[in-house]
Design a protein around this ligand. Sequence first.
Ligand SMILES: Nc1ncnc2c1ncn2[C@@H]1O[C@H](COP(=O)(O)OP(=O)(O)OP(=O)(O)O)[C@@H](O)[C@H]1O
Length: 467
Amino acid sequence: MTMPLINIIRGETIPVAPLNVRTPVVKLPIWLVVLWETVKALAWLVNGYIRHWYVTLPVTGMTWLHLAHGWQALAGLVGGVTVAATGWAFGHRPSWLRFGWWPIFAKIRRLVYRRRWMAAMVTAGLSISYDKRTIVPEIRRVRCRADCDEVLVRMVTGQIPDDFAKASERLAHTFGVRQVKAIPGPTYATVVLVLMRGDSLHDTVPPLPVPYRPDFTALPIGVQEDGDLYRLRLFGTQVLIVGATGSGKGSVIWSIVRSLANGVTVGLVELWGLDPKGGMELGIGRPLFARFASRDFAEMAAMIEQAAATAQERAARLAGKTRQHTPTVDEPLIVLVIDELANLTAYLTERQLKDRIKAALGIVLTQGRAVGVHVVAAIQDPRKEVLPARGLFPTRIGLRLSEPAEVDMVLGDGMRDRGALCDRIPQTQPGIGYVTLEGDTTPMRVRLTYCDDETVRDMADLYGGAE
Ligand SMILES: Nc1ncnc2c1ncn2[C@@H]1O[C@H](COP(=O)(O)OP(=O)(O)OP(=O)(O)O)[C@@H](O)[C@H]1O
């Protein structure tokens, strides 16, 4: 067996005690030990002085000013800086936040994290014991933004970002923040912990302006936790909205409809409404729907079959010519808006109708994506028995769910560990949900805009054409 010369496991080693006293093997004169310890202490002080220059330099400067020119000069300086900072903060807030306040705040937060870091890593199971040493991940950088801190962490050799994701709830409680997300860092050895201090989605989001010409690759329907607009891609996908009762499924539907409303007016978009709950939800926006069925299940089956036929016909015609159908007035984008999908798939008692719906829906979901025949469907229960075709919806929005296990069913394996806490969304915050964004493996928390009944009616009057 060969033995490696040096073992390198990257990370920080926990000091066993602040002072290490070992039994000396060689007898040293006491003055030498004292001298050595003094040199070490001095080196430590100098190192600390240089490393924390942002504190030590101002303090040194102020002390000098006080000694050389008295307290009046010191008060003048402090007053001057305060006035300048206030002027900057009010005069140009974005640059003040970016270059003034957030960097200072980040230093303070860094101290907070450092103070609890070792204990937090060990208790969260993120330390590695090796060769009688305990090695913990290392804080590399702390950045602050309005609602969150981003801590760049150098992982211990052998760790992966998902290890941190699994411990995220523990970390959130340890550091006293609402939630922690672990995102793979800029290099393979690092992970970025996003610690959410506040909640930017606390307040209801009012309806957004209706886009003049809907961009089917980016329909604005809500806001993201990071402050950006949440834009939904419709082209090339089918959308499933899952949420317990009262979670705000209606607001997702209306947000999407609103973003398409002008398309309806000019004839580029045709909305087909299917409301198996008797028209309770979609009924108030009736004029927006080119076709509408709310009670008659046979009619709904016929509508889905017709959508399937359209999809097949378009697919056959466009095959080999283009990979994405462009909606026109003659051949509009068709969106089937289905309120409670389970009523059409699982709870329908008429076997024959159910089979017809299942077959037609399968065709629309698989073949309609590229040819402008889309489904936006809401459902309460994501289990396979209720919706076997779940996998045919590439885009899924998870609102409040009743059980943790449902999160991975809706958003994909491991998504709850990565921070999609749909089961923790409070009942008092309808319209909040988690989504996955293109090219990102970590879920994003979003809040959909809320259109109340009045807004929907106004929108239907203004943009709707159907009788
Ligand atoms: N995006 C939102 N922002 C703020 N409040 C909302 C939002 N969406 C819905 N609400 C509020 O939550 C209540 C319940 O919403 P809604 O009825 O749309 O839920 P749902 O999921 O469709 O429920 P159900 O399954 O019973 O139809 C609404 O009365 C409304 O007041």
